[in-house]
Design a protein around this ligand. Structure first.
Ligand code: SME
Length: 158
């Protein structure tokens, strides 16, 4: 497919609805998971221009930084630590309106004010998380949750 994204303006729901088929087209036919995670992070960054968006993947019982867009970030997170580690431990999406109020939040960047972390499952097992950070308070809601969960559901095994 063409490598240009069609960036729709408008309400958040319409933006996701326009982006999801494009993400599907980007990753179908490519079985390398790193390539697909990289393009998903880039597509989300291009559409929404969030401060930081990317993946942490489980290796040797730690979350290890994967493909992302945004400033450099911490490379390893233990289970239960920070928002990402809590998402891994609980295996549920975590929405944080104000990171300063989340006990144990890991501040990779002082600019980050709110965050959403979505678990990625493959064959019924958690394999990583999608982390999105914003420099605005309470930037994410249940609409983001629903669509981001849909997007990570598109990720296939190697
Ligand atoms: N804030 C995250 C750490 C990852 S960075 O934000 C990219 C956390 O508390 O787990």
């Amino acid at each position: 497919m063409a490598e240009d994204l069609d960036i729709l303006k408008g309400d958040k729901q319409s933006q996701y609805e326009s982006l999801i088929p494009q993400i599907k087209a980007l990753i179908e036919g490519e079985k390398n998971q790193v390539a697909n995670l990289a393009n998903i992070a880039a597509a989300l960054k291009e559409q929404f221009n969030w401060w930081w968006v990317g993946f942490y993947w489980i290796f040797d019982d730690e979350l290890v930084l994967g493909p992302f867009q945004g400033p450099v970030a911490c490379t390893r997170i233990k289970k239960g630590r920070g928002v990402c580690g809590a998402c891994w431990e609980k295996e549920i999406t975590i929405l944080v309106e104000d990171v300063e109020k989340f006990p144990g939040h890991i501040a990779c960047s002082s600019a980050s004010k709110s965050e959403i972390v979505v678990p990625v499952f493959q064959n019924g097992k958690i394999v990583g998380v999608l982390d999105v950070d914003s420099e605005l308070l309470a930037h994410f809601d249940e609409i983001d949750q629903a669509y981001l969960e849909k997007i990570v559901g598109l990720i296939q095994n190697d």
